[in-house]
Design a protein around this ligand. Sequence first.
Ligand code: FE2
Ligand code: FE2
Length: 203
Amino acid sequence: MKDETIHVKNILGLQLPTDPRWVDLTSISLEAILTDHAYCEQKAATTCISLIQRYSEYEELVSGLAPIVTEEWGHFRAVLNELQRRGLKLGKQRKDAYVNALLDFQTKGGRPEDRFLDQLLTMALIEARSCERFKRLSEGLNDAYLRKFYRKFMESEAGHYTLFITLAEKYLPKTKVRKRWKEWLEYEKQLMKDMEIRGDRIH
Ligand SMILES: [Fe+2]
Ligand SMILES: [Fe+2]
């Protein structure tokens, strides 16, 4: 995705930009942020695999997500490589408060199509926020190599956000998708407001 389509103020519909102090905090704890980033990529790959298993009857979903699994795992490897190149270690996975709070908002019970929609929108939202965070890093880090490194991730996650929204609109009425997406954006805005700003986490 080209830069001009990704606006700083309101990236991919997100209602609240990241606090600018976050980027400075990440530079203090590079090992921790890279570790957290690596696991974000691993979780993205794992979740795409789960979606393929759960919704194997949706052919476009399967063929759309299959290459994303490879891409996300490639991202994991790129981050792992970056840790090793710097003599840093992949630490332990932490509890992901951001993702857990999003999972809390997912429709439980109810109609299967509503649960399906929420799973796709959860992924779209994580991709959108990750894209926004990577953009911040690509602009604000002191290290020129890392700025470039994060720019590639930013572009890739923007494409993933688009894919999840496109898949939702393929299988469900557009008006329904848009209505629910707005609710997700509102929820995420509040979540962002309430969450502590930590430099050792992507979200
Ligand atoms: Fe990724
Ligand atoms: Fe992604």
